[in-house]
Structures are given as structure tokens and as C-alpha cells.
Write a protein that binds this ligand. Structure first.
Ligand code: DUT
Ligand code: MG
Length: 241
């Protein structure tokens, strides 16, 4: 199986409750390796789009494809293998740092795990922990800062070989050094993968191939950063506001 990671959405409509659509007629196309960013007010439907790509819910209408194949045709297992996730809430378990990063890639040697941590910019802080990579994390990484947990999530995704990456950027107010580390880690991660990124800091998505502006479940504007600024519409408002 050689998945390229092209993503298509055609006229996707979905809601969590009957007769209450949250996404309406969403169509988009991401070529292999492109970075697509989603912006818009809270509740606009950004996370819902990624929930659907991951098949956490079934769509009401329309179609979602990877490499042209409807995601309902292949099993969830293949979907999980092809999509790496960096979500707002971290999913760390009680175990060592090494085990937490290796999660999902049990075949990975220690060296590979450490290389992924370096890619994610997590290696330096891990080495400063009491027992380095052997430090045991409490449930959900309670003994780490929010920024450190995020870096571990990024390291885990860096170890994954999935051609598609979904990132729901943390809104968290981490310090600027950690923020820069997170940004560098995410940039390294996106390289060569088709990426859906939900951005809360618009500064981080200026270089996207396409920015989608969502409002009340619809894409109301789409284009590059430059195009959307020229348009002086909603994105311009969000960016300059
Ligand atoms: N919603 C539900 N049930 C859920 C999740 C969301 O009813 O389990 C509603 C809340 C909102 C809409 O769906 O009215 C879209 O939510 P979503 O989480 O997709 O919004 P967002 O754009 O990701 O908002 P935020 O910026 O706050 O993360
Ligand atoms: Mg969200």
C-alpha cells in the first residue's frame, strides 16, 4: 500500500444532532504534500472537519476521499495508519517518555524514537528530565507542562509514517521559547505530508497552500494569505483585528 495522501471532500454535510447541520456543503481538495489551514470563529466547525476526515463520525451527505478512494471503503485501521494526529488535548499514558513517543510504532528502535524527538524539538527538554527518556509520566503527562506535552505529541506524530497529518493547534499560552519550539517541530512534521492545520495563531499559517475561512459551517472564503488579505473580507478582519 502506497498512499500519497491526496484528500478530497465533496459536498459534505454533517451535524452531531438530527436536523442540526454543523457543516454545510463543504468541498475542497488537497494535493499530496499541501498544507491546508482552517480558520474562523469558535464553533465555526473547524474541529468537526478533522473529526470527519478521521471518521470519528459518519457524514450525512457527500463524500470524503484519500487518493480518490472513499474513506468508508477502507477499514478504520488503514485510516489510522495513514493519518497522524496532533490534537489539542494530549493523549499520554502512564509509562516512560520513550514508550509514550513509541506508541503506535512498536517496531521503532530507541534511536528512531530519539530522532523523532529531535525532529519535534523535544529532545532537549526530555534530557533535562530526572531520568531522561526513562522518566515515567503520570496519567496524561500531569508532571509535564502543557508545552512539553505538546512537544511529545509532535514527537509521536514525527515517528509515524502517515502521509496525512492533522493538527489542531493548541490555544495555550505557553512561553515564547516553547512556542517557537512547537512551531519548528510542527514545520518539520508538515514537510512532505498533506496537512490539515487548525490555526489559532494566524501568524503560523501564512505560508499555507490554501487557507479556508469557516463561518457557521460553511467555507466563506478560500485562498492564499496574500489573496485573502487583498480581498479584504473576513480573513482580513481576523488578521488585522
Ligand atoms: N458540536 C457539537 N457536538 C460536539 C462537537 C461540536 O454539537 O461533539 C457543535 C458545537 C459547534 C459546532 O458543533 O456549534 C462546531 O464545533 P467545532 O468544535 O467544530 O468548532 P471549532 O470551529 O473547532 O471551534 P473552536 O475554535 O472553539 O475549537
Ligand atoms: Mg476546535
Amino acid at each position: 500500500e502506497n498512499v500519497q495522501g491526496e484528500i478530497g471532500m465533496e459536498h459534505v454535510t454533517f451535524g452531531y444532532l438530527e436536523n442540526q447541520p454543523v457543516l454545510k456543503d463543504i468541498s475542497l481538495h488537497a494535493k499530496k504534500g499541501q498544507k491546508i489551514a482552517f480558520v474562523g470563529s469558535t464553533g465555526a466547525g473547524k474541529t468537526t472537519i478533522t473529526n470527519l476526515l478521521n471518521r470519528f463520525y459518519e457524514i450525512w451527505e457527500g463524500k470524503i476521499t484519500i487518493d480518490g478512494v472513499d474513506i468508508r471503503e477502507n477499514g478504520l485501521e488503514s485510516l489510522r495508519e495513514n493519518i497522524a494526529l496532533v490534537l489539542q488535548d494530549t493523549h499520554l499514558f502512564t509509562g516512560t517518555v520513550m514508550e509514550n513517543i513509541r506508541y503506535g510504532r512498536l517496531d521503532a528502535a530507541d534511536e528512531e524514537v530519539i530522532a523523532a524527538a529531535k525532529t519535534a524539538n523535544a529532545d532537549a527538554f526530555i534530557r533535562r528530565l530526572q531520568n531522561g527518556y526513562d522518566t515515567v509520566l503520570e496519567g496524561d503527562g500531569a508532571n509535564l507542562s502543557q508545552g512539553q506535552r505538546q512537544l511529545l505529541n509532535i514527537a509521536r506524530a514525527a515517528l509515524s509514517k502517515a502521509p496525512v497529518l492533522v493538527m489542531d493547534e493548541a490555544t495555550s499560552s505557553v512561553d515564547t521559547i516553547t512556542e517557537r519550539q512547537i512551531q519548528e517541530g510542527m514545520d518539520a512534521l508538515m514537510k512532505d505530508r498533506t496537512t490539515f492545520v487548525i490555526a489559532h495563531r494566524l501568524s503560523t499559517i501564512r505560508n499555507s497552500d490554501m487557507i479556508m475561512v469557516l463561518e457557521h459551517g460553511r467555507i466563506i472564503e478560500r485562498g492564499t494569505h496574500t489573496e485573502l488579505l487583498q480581498r479584504q473580507g473576513r480573513y482580513y478582519e481576523l488578521y488585522t483585528g
